[in-house]
Design a protein around this ligand. Structure first.
Ligand code: NAP
Ligand code: ZN
Ligand code: ZN
Length: 355
């Protein structure tokens, strides 16, 4: 039997969120039915709701940083049981058969992964083929077990939620592009993604510098474990940091001058972009050829890698800094994220406040 849950919906870019009841599908043999306890607010939710990446397919119920407890499982589920602590990230399905899916890079599925919200189930193997996806700003979700993650006991559920997107999005490129112990690593933009990148960089043994606009986040950055801080608005500070960094992870959510960041790299340095600026970023060829520099991008991470990241966080006692908010605070939280006033991830207390 399907069940009704409550969700936070928006109908237009400038409208506020409102609470609505909607249906979650009956539990199919491979499904896990989850009571959502906490849901993180990612800047991607904001880009989507505000139509910044192009027209949004409204209505939208965002949320792809989901942590909760299993309330029921289908007859063929093997990995989870009722009462387990679980998470769901940015994807709820993929084709499962292409070269990317076969090697656990479902986020790059050649037929297209199905996003947790604002997408459509489209594969024949899926019980909800043709239906739209609604995300984690809701009291419950039903997800195929292949896209459900186990949350280690060492991580509190509220702090686990953001790891499902901002954790894996920053962990994956450090692994894939090979951040080495002892290297000088810099995080561009100290927001949700940035502060997780900082923590992973420290745990992986790098010297970590934060690149931020102004000095207001200097003390926080150092308290979070950064070794150095550069105000990118200060020409003297930028000049003295020039040519000193091996690896930059760029988490910036808006247009910025990539060439200025590239000038900070050493010979063979890498700048990996994960921030999804709605506007094009210009790269001058001389910024690349002088110093043989690399610019590349990365998108979240695969399911197995997401589990690896969660286990890494448990092992290294890494968790996001969160501000727990009520469901009726989401519109204000969006404005604060937009103004870079987030320390460092908003998490909605779904169970207590989404009524
Ligand atoms: P966030 O918390 O808002 O952090 C973004 C940070 O970027 C801000 O704190 C700010 O840092 C900096 N920033 C913002 N506007 C800027 C500007 N105009 N110029 C320079 N710096 C600016 O956002 P988030 O949740 O971490 O997400 C960051 C970006 O990653 C978003 O675009 C999001 O959509 C994207 N994302 C990508 C993936 C992926 O798979 N690739 C996954 C998740 C999210 P300072 O205040 O320190 O300057
Ligand atoms: Zn996200
Ligand atoms: Zn695929």
């Amino acid at each position: 039997m399907s069940r009704m849950v409550k969700g936070l919906f928006a109908d237009a870019p400038d409208d506020n969120f409102y609470v609505k009841e909607f249906e979650r599908r009956a539990v199919a043999p491979k499904d896990v039915d989850i009571d959502i306890k906490f849901s993180g607010i990612c800047s991607s939710d904001i880009h989507t709701k505000r139509g910044e990446w192009g027209p949004t397919d409204f209505e939208v119920c965002p949320g792809h940083e989901i942590a909760g407890i299993v309330r029921a499982v289908g007859a063929e589920v093997t990995k989870f049981k009722v009462g387990d602590r679980v998470g769901v990230g940015c994807m709820v399905d993929s084709c499962r058969a292409c070269d990317c899916c076969k090697v656990g890079e479902e986020q790059f599925c050649q037929q297209g992964m199905v996003p947790t919200y604002n997408g459509y189930y489209k594969y024949d193997h899926h019980p909800e083929k043709g239906n739209k996806t609604y995300g984690g700003y809701s009291t419950g979700i039903v997800v195929d077990e292949a896209f459900v993650l186990r949350i280690p006991d060492a991580i509190d559920l509220d702090k686990a939620a953001p790891l499902l997107c901002c954790g894996v999005t920053t962990f994956s490129p450090l692994r894939h592009f090979g951040l080495q112990k002892g290297q000088h690593f810099a995080v561009a933009g100290l927001g949700g993604l940035g502060h997780m990148a900082l923590k992973f960089g420290v745990a992986m043994g790098a010297k970590v510098t934060v690149l931020s606009r102004g000095t207001s986040k200097r003390e926080d950055a150092l308290n979070l474990g950064a070794h150095d801080f550069v105000d990118v608005k200060d020409p003297e500070a930028m000049k003295s940091a020039a040519g000193s960094i091996d690896f930059i992870l760029d988490t910036i959510s808006a247009k910025h001058d990539l060439n200025a960041y590239l000038s900070l790299l050493k010979l063979d340095g890498k700048l990996i972009v994960v921030g999804l600026s709605p506007e094009l970023l210009d790269v001058g060829v001389f910024s690349l050829v002088l110093g043989r520099k690399t610019v590349a991008g990365s998108l979240i991470g695969g399911i197995a890698e997401t589990q690896e990241m969660l286990d890494f966080c448990a092992e290294h006692d890494i968790h996001p800094e969160i501000e727990l908010v009520s469901a009726d605070y989401v519109d204000e939280a969006y404005d604060r994220v937009h103004n870079a006033d987030v320390h460092y991830r908003f998490v909605i207390d779904v169970e207590k406040t989404l009524k």
